[in-house]
Design a protein around this ligand. Sequence first.
Ligand SMILES: NC(=O)C1=CN([C@@H]2O[C@H](COP(=O)(O)OP(=O)(O)OC[C@H]3O[C@@H](n4cnc5c(N)ncnc54)[C@H](O)[C@@H]3O)[C@@H](O)[C@H]2O)C=CC1
Ligand SMILES: CC(=O)[C@H](N)C(=O)O
Length: 373
Amino acid sequence: MLFLGMLKQVVSRTAQSKASSCRKLVLPWQFLGSSQHRVPANVNFHSTSFSEAEPPRVLITGGLGQLGVGLANLLRKRFGKDNVILSDIRKPPAHVFHSGPFIYANILDYKNLREIVVNHRISWLFHYSALLSAVGEANVPLARDVNITGLHNILDVAAEYNVRLFVPSTIGAFGPTSPRNPTPDLCVQRPRTIYGVSKVHTELMGEYYYYRYGLDFRCLRYPGIISADSQPGGGTTDYAVQIFHAAAKNGTFECNLKASTRLPMMYISDCLRATLEVMEAPAECLSMRTYNINAMSFTPEELALALRKHAPDFQITYCVDPLRQAIAESWPMILDDSNARKDWGWKHDFDLPELVATMLSFHGVSTRVAQVN
Ligand SMILES: NC(=O)C1=CN([C@@H]2O[C@H](COP(=O)(O)OP(=O)(O)OC[C@H]3O[C@@H](n4cnc5c(N)ncnc54)[C@H](O)[C@@H]3O)[C@@H](O)[C@H]2O)C=CC1
Ligand SMILES: CC(=O)[C@H](N)C(=O)O
């Protein structure tokens, strides 16, 4: 009876919270009993972890992959160089090492993580360490350790020290039984890769820690991300980055996905801006913890056509990798990101023509075409 009464209170509060705009429901964790977990019972609920007057102290894990250095650059412009610490288990190249604070951080070492958060007074954490879809299938035990055990360490340390936490999810968190065109935020999620399974786990654990411990967990489902000055880390969407390098180098590209494989994609600057925007969004505006974000969707054939507008001699051939192809065919073709647009004003800048022009100009191809013309 007592539990039923509590449940009624929660349901009635949900109704109230829907009625008023940008108001958040917090399920009191006390209703659910005490925990044996590493997270102490006296963690604060949803209190901001830093004074609004001072910039956050930021840690980025897995920062030497495709996305981390770009994120550090963006955050350093916003919060100051010394407030943003990049970390990884790899050795940084000289230009990264000299561009701002860098430290070793292994997310499988819980003690190491606690020391970092305490010693550097971390208040925001961007957790980028992961094994992506294709490399995850090649080493499932490692992917399970890094993507699941590592995440548990991050969640615990963030909850313990009241750190605002961003963890990216992915189109890979959907599977063959999800609606593919478009894919809404809330639908069946039965991915068939360890990467996808670990990201569904991330989404659910983050949301659970939010309700249970008041952790300020925020998450975006990224499409395939396309970057000019950093290499992809072993995913299914890598072709859409590699094609530009190949176009610039020798004008031909052998694609490992079928010509007609449609996937959601996004230029890196849109992705990183979305990440900062959702982290800065007022808590009352977030009606969920995990949002889809969308920009464009294309097939390899359509991308090659767009490339040929700048480099008419560009040639694409196909040598399909069955593993990647099967993964791609189980993923969304288009993400429905209407909730992100409605709740916190998400809007992408780059569609396919702008993406191609920007990527080619970075690689010097447009310039060459312009000179020839
Ligand atoms: N790049 C993309 O297209 C997309 C990326 N994402 C997500 O964004 C995040 C960043 O992605 P990328 O930069 O592309 O990944 P990446 O694979 O390029 O980099 C991951 C980094 O994690 C590091 N790492 C591995 N084990 C570690 C450990 N034990 N401790 C600390 N670091 C460790 C690696 O050294 C690597 O530098 C990931 O969570 C990924 O799932 C989501 C969707 C699309
Ligand atoms: C879309 C992703 O999450 C990543 N790029 C991958 O292909 O694994």
